[in-house]
Structures are given as structure tokens and as C-alpha cells.
Design a protein around this ligand. Sequence first.
Ligand code: ZN
Ligand code: MN
Length: 250
Amino acid sequence: MKAISLTEMTWQEFARGLPHTIIALCVGSLEQHGPHLPLSVDSLIPYNLCLKLGERERLFVAPPFFYGYRSSPFTGGGQSFPGTTSLSGQTLTALLRDVLQDFIRQGCYRFLIMNGHFENTPFISEAAHLVTAVNTKVKVVIVNWWDLLSPATLDRLFPEGFPGWEVEHASLVETSLVMHFRPDLVHAELIPEQKGEKHKPRPLVFPEPAGLVPESGILYTATGASPEKGAAIAGEILTQLQKIVADELA
Ligand code: ZN
Ligand code: MN
């Protein structure tokens, strides 16, 4: 079998692929995802998407970042849940920059950064800016996987209206994707009957007040999630990722 994951290949396998390869780097978080999903959801989803993409495209998948920027209450439940363990923005940017620069030193110039945690976005952009500003050969494409689903798909998944990606935390889409990729990690019997509120802009208050989000940690609802939905969602994202690779990184 062709080696795709950097953690499973030898240095010679890496060296042979080096002149052609794209490096896919996933950035997630260690963050509560309700009573039914593991803390690593935001890393597991992009990592599994990239491993699948690696079966279709020539790319190497770097080990994911299992830590990310701090959880915000209205997009991830906030920092008060046990297990949510986060980096500062400065540290995340510095870590990403170091890893990108060390791949660049070895002759890797094309990067697909797959983000799985809403709050990471500006710090990934900053690292991409820092490495591309000093080396014109380097190209970095950043993708938030949830941006790749079409409005038609969202209408199908949410017949009562899409609540917004902000609250789609540990909810229908993330749960379905983990059911598809890692059913062994889903405690479906623990999914509560719950419907949170749709996203609405609210002020962010520091220090974080208690009781801002549902106690379960699910921000909207995971009811109705299924591995079939997860497979369909993953399929659509992979098709879009192939287009992005062809358009931006070929
Ligand atoms: Zn998540
Ligand atoms: Mn998250």
C-alpha cells in the first residue's frame, strides 16, 4: 500500500515523494464535543478527510495538531468544560510557522491546511502570511471543511433552516462525520433530546460568565445524525477538495 501519512512512512518514502508532493496539515483542538463525541473531533474530521483525499491526489498527510486556539462559548462551548485544553493564539501561530518553515527547508512548497476548529482561523492565516511573505515559492491554501458544503446540501440536512456553523458544534454534521469515520468513538445512546438556539451575534464577555450554553456541550442538536449522512457529507467535501487541489495546488 502507498504510504500517505507521514507518521507511517520511512524517510526514504518521504524523500521519493518530495519533489511532487503537497503537504496536507490538519489543525484541530482538544475540546468538549458533547456527551457522545471525543475531545479530538476537530482533529479527527480533517485528518480523515485528508487521508481519503490522499487516496485520490498525490499528497502527504502530516500529523494533525491535536491542540488549537481557545474555545469560544458560542462556537465551541467555551473553556469551562473539563477536557477543553487550548493554546494561546501566539503559540498556535508560532507552532504552525515552525512546522511549515521546516517543511519548506526540505523543499516542500505547497501546503493544504485543513482546519477543523472554527476559532483557529485567524492564527492559521497569520502563520501562512508569515511563511509566504518571506518565500515566493511557497503557496498555502487554508480550508475550513464546513465551508465546502453547498447551500442545497444544507437545505436537505436542515429542512427547518440551517442554524449557522457557529452552533453546529457537536451537532448534526460533526456527529454524522464521526459516525462515518470513527463509529467506534461515538456514544449514540448518550445523545440528549435537545434543540439549542440558532446562531445570533452576541457580545463576548471576559471573564467568561457561567451558563451561557447548553449543559450538554452540544450547541444545537445531534438528533438525526447518521453514518449515511456522514458519508454523503464527506463525499461532497472530498469532491470540493479535489477541485481546490486542482485549481490552487496543481
Ligand atoms: Zn468541533
Ligand atoms: Mn471546535
